[in-house]
Design a binder for this molecule. Structure first.
Ligand code: ZN
Length: 498
């Protein structure tokens, strides 16, 4: 049995004029051929695929193509996409006869000339492998499922949880693919688009309406003839054609059942649509006031508008500005307030000044000056580091790059030359000698991925900060998303067609 595998993953936020180039993919490891086998064991959906392939009784000949992964960011440049696609297609064209293709995608990536990167990639690989070779795709459940994706792929399997278990999704999709290859029974697909969009506030699958919706998917999967039920609450910073929530159901050959369950799952989300808009966001100055008053353990200040994992640049100054303003009322020796920010210019200034020097820098608000502005900060350079590596389990290895620690009273600012995975990870502070357990609060540039701080976390405030990933979705200008859509249009109705 010969199975080719590869990956092109990025999560696009469209509310910025910035663009993502090849360097963003190189930063996370752009791999070709045998490098995939060396680098991806235990990492992400392809790690899950490799694990299942190794566990099967039948011998599997693996044909590694290419792997491009870039976290979240702005739209991908057309020329970068063309290069990445060719890296995937070239070995696929010369792969010879294949029994299947396993292709890891995000589902919410856009390039300049096409809103739907995944649809374009699937169309291109289908063109090479022909209509009959099974094509399985693990996806992020924040994907925007499009007609082209459903037409081109055979299996579209989303994450079961937020925070995501990316390896587990790879395992699930790979098992369905191998079962198909071994039994010869082709899965059938049913799906629905749901005309709604919601902010990230209720995105965790551990509680609220999202838990109810995902729990129902797991319940339906208990039925023998149901292979997979994947809800897709699309990430909300994506203004694209066919934008909106979706659900995809795979059954063991029963097309009517797949269709009926997709309709049922769609109706369930639609009926809960108001609940998905419930919010506990706190205005910036009030959130910071509460943070300084916080006594017991570590408080997490979630910078919801500047979520790096959601595609924002990580250089918002909204919370930092308020932390510095309110710090004057605090003792110098107060428990630390930890804040990350991206600013390569400030890193250069601090590095040339050296450890112990006092510097005055214009900080942040430069990459994304649509939503926040630079602030002037005078602080002591307390530490400098370069190219420290973070090992983050199934996320693989990430390099922190150039970093400086600036201290101004109780506010400890870790300035990064470039954003990256570590921006929401305790390693960013620990590698500079800071004790996360002693801190009063930490700002995290995410609205969902707090899990890395679980050992210390005692409280959480979702800060209503402006930015590319803000929860106030009505403040963006939407031009591509199909209308009418809930909640932007009054009295939207939807019929699942059940
Ligand atoms: Zn996601």
């Amino acid at each position: 049995m010969r199975i080719a595998f590869g990956e092109i993953v990025q999560e696009t936020g469209t509310f910025t004029r910035a663009r993502t180039g090849r360097d963003a993919f190189e930063a996370y490891g752009l791999f070709q051929g045998a490098e995939l086998l060396e680098q991806l064991a235990g990492v992400g959906p392809l790690g899950g695929f490799l694990q299942v392939a190794a566990d099967r009784d039948q011998a599997v000949e693996l044909v590694p193509l290419s792997r491009a992964w870039a976290g979240a960011g702005a739209k991908i440049l057309d020329e970068t996409y063309d290069e990445l696609l060719e890296m995937l297609l070239e070995p696929l064209r010369s792969a010879g006869e294949l029994d299947a293709l396993f292709l890891s995608l995000h589902g919410a990536a856009s390039i300049e000339r096409d809103d739907d990167l995944e649809g374009a990639v699937l169309e291109a690989v289908r063109d090479v492998i022909g209509p009959d070779v099974p094509l399985a795709c693990p996806l992020d459940h924040h994907a925007n499922i499009t007609t082209r994706m459903v037409e081109m792929a055979d299996l579209l399997v989303g994450h079961e949880t937020q925070p995501h278990n990316t390896l587990g999704t790879g395992v699930k999709a790979a098992r369905l693919l191998f079962d198909w290859l071994e039994t010869g029974r082709r899965p059938t697909i049913g799906w629905r688009k749901i005309p709604m969009i919601t902010p990230q506030d209720q995105f965790l699958t551990s509680g609220g309406p999202m838990k109810a919706w995902f729990d129902r998917a797991r319940e339906l999967e208990q039925r023998a003839e149901v292979l997979d039920v994947s809800p897709y609450p699309m990430q909300p910073w994506l203004d694209v054609a066919e934008g909106g929530w979706a659900v995809v159901v795979h059954t063991d050959g029963d097309a009517d059942l797949a269709d009926a369950l997709a309709a049922e799952m769609g109706e369930m989300a639609w009926e809960m649509r108001e609940d998905f808009w419930k919010s506990e966001r706190v205005e910036v100055s009030e959130a910071v006031g509460r943070a300084y008053a916080h006594e017991d353990g570590l408080l997490i200040l979630s910078d919801t508008g500047d979520s790096v994992y959601g595609g924002a640049p990580g250089d918002s100054t909204w919370i930092l500005k308020e932390l510095l303003a309110q710090a004057t009322a605090q003792p110098e020796s107060d428990r630390p307030m930890l804040v990350p920010i991206v600013d390569p210019d400030a890193v250069a200034v601090a590095r040339s000044a050296g450890i112990g020097a006092e510097v005055t820098v214009s900080l942040g608000g430069k990459i994304d000056n649509e939503f926040s502005q630079p602030i002037e900060v005078t602080a002591r350079v307390a530490a400098i580091s370069e190219n420290h590596e973070v090992h983050a389990g199934e996320r693989g290895t990430a390099e922190i790059g150039q970093v400086v620690l600036l201290q101004s009273g109780p506010v400890h600012i870790v300035v990064m030359a470039a954003a990256g995975f570590a921006i929401c990870h305790p390693m960013l502070y620990q590698h500079l000698g800071l004790d996360v357990g002693q801190a009063r609060a930490v700002v995290v540039k995410t609205a969902s991925n707090f899990q890395y701080f679980d050992d210390w976390r005692r409280a959480l405030i979702r800060v209503d900060s402006p930015g590319m990933t803000q929860s106030d979705l009505a403040a963006f200008t939407w031009t591509r998303t199909p209308r009418p859509i809930f909640p932007f249009d009054a009295d939207v109705t939807w019929d699942s067609g059940a």
